[in-house]
Design a protein. Structure first.
Length: 176
């Protein structure tokens, strides 16, 4: 299935770097990162600089609020936060668990828009839980969702960049 959003597949030898596409996109937008919350305790223990980063737990205020500590975290991170960004790059090289975003809106607005996308409605009316914040799931959603659904999922952010080790590239999506 062809996509209307742009897709840049940049071969890299490893993910142990901050994605260049994200750094370039941050010149004209705010930088954020989506992180699997299960990684947070280890991340903070290994890199105390992360404690200072503003963040939102996307499961707060949802039916899964009791699991908020293990759900997705949206981090307000700029390229000037070198230690925090470098640690996230190191983390992504070990496990596909970071999605780098840029957006023109605040942390709270982006968090609200992404939280809404966690709960799409199935054709039969049932509520679903969509793990788009996991790079391994996001990769497969590109071919699973219709073009309209894919565009709607990506629309809160200007760009999405993530490392997918099984394929060996960084995928970069820019809102069309």
């Amino acid at each position: 299935m062809e996509r209307k959003s742009s897709l840049d597949k940049t071969p890299v030898e490893n993910a142990l770097h901050i994605p260049q596409q994200w750094l370039e996109a941050c010149r004209s937008a705010k930088g954020y990162a989506l992180l699997d919350g299960a990684q947070w305790p280890q991340a903070v223990a290994s890199n105390p600089a992360l404690v200072e980063v503003a963040r939102i737990q996307l499961l707060d205020g949802t039916p899964e609020h009791e699991a908020a500590a293990y759900g997705p975290l949206l981090l307000d991170i700029s390229p000037t936060q070198h230690k925090a960004a470098a640690y996230l790059a190191e983390l992504q090289s070990k496990k596909a668990s970071v999605i780098w975003l840029t957006a023109s809106v605040s942390l709270a607005k982006l968090g609200e828009a992404l939280q809404y996308r966690l709960y799409p409605t199935a054709p039969d009316g049932d509520a679903l839980f969509l793990r788009f914040y996991d790079p391994r799931v996001l990769f497969d959603l590109e071919t699973t969702l219709s073009t309209a659904q894919w565009t709607e999922l990506l629309s809160p952010a200007l760009s999405w960049t993530y490392w997918y080790p099984a394929r060996g590239f960084i995928h970069y999506y820019r809102k069309a």
